[in-house]
Write a protein that binds this ligand. Sequence first.
Ligand SMILES: Cc1ncc(COP(=O)(O)O)c(C=O)c1O
Length: 397
Amino acid sequence: MTATPLTASERPRTAEKVPLVDLSAEYASINGEIDAAIQDVIARTAFVRGPFARAFESQWATYCGASHAVGCANGTVAIELALRALGIGPGDEVITTPLTFIATVESIVHAGATPVLAEIDPRTCNLSPEATKAAITPRTKAIVPVALYGQPADMGAFRHIADTHGLLVVEDSAQAQGAAWAGRRTGSDGVADATTFSFYPGKNLGAYGDAGAVTTADPALADRILRLSDHGRAEKYTHDQVGFNSRLDGIQAAVLSAKLPRLDAWNAARRRLAQRYDTLLAGAVQRGLLRTVEQAPDARGVYHLYVVRVAAPPAGAGRDAVLASLRDAGIEAGVHYPVPLHLQPALAHLGYGDGAFPEAERASREALSLPIFPLMTEAQQDRVVAALLAAVGASGA
Ligand SMILES: Cc1ncc(COP(=O)(O)O)c(C=O)c1O
């Protein structure tokens, strides 16, 4: 007997996947503004830097509370440009965290300086001020704290350390557009000497390609960054230094300008979702099956990522097993970051071995990023939570 094939409406419906981030839904909610912005750039053929970049730079400076913002090609070169324009280069040491995207350290290497890694604070997963202090040598010139997962590091402590030891602070805020420290927006005057941003598409404020920016209170620094990013030129064909082609392009700037008015509402939605995760996961946290990542006391984060830590066996289910269960359940979770930078083959020359930063290594084994994006529905979040609780053995808790 041959089975009659089921019609589409008879087939069992598999629940749709829950993505880690949903850029299509975001575009669908603003496509009119985005399409018009892109058309405008094309109509005015203002493709590289030009009026759209200048407009976004001014809007971004105002939004951050910064005197100056300089757009550039991406968030990696933003750090390099800031360091170079601050005069940091060969022979200088720059302290940063081993728990970040490799771009943070790449840019220090590209500036010609030596990255020095220091341990994280296990509560926040951000660079530890105490470990930073201990890593200072006579060659140290700067600290690069990273606002990991969108939550600012302890910027008050870093400012104090820098002022005490005559160092510079360049904050890598690639993941933290709109976050705040002690009531001041990330990137505002007076927190770091320079703050760098990435507008990679998946970021809280994302372009439709690569883009970045640096903010600073210092007009001379802003001018040096601008020139460096544009072939070291003062005028069209007068180059007073060898620079880079690292300019912000017009289409990306126009997209960012179109999206910027939504950033606060999007960040508020992320915070609401994060709070709801905190509440729904509190039982599993109490039972020691999961740990949440705390914010530094004065930080107001923007949850670029919502990260929980999964206890390793025998106390817990183990991160990799939980990640696999979530994937089986159609939940797209992530890991930021599975290998701390001191154990990356590309950075072996820095000379750190296994065990150099036990807290960063432990966080790399335990961290699990759950889906979070402004248009995520509570139903989607409930599915993530149910699958997670089942995977860690906390269902019905
Ligand atoms: C912490 C951190 N720093 C720097 C970067 C580099 O930004 P971009 O990808 O725009 O070069 C990123 C991007 O993912 C990041 O997460």
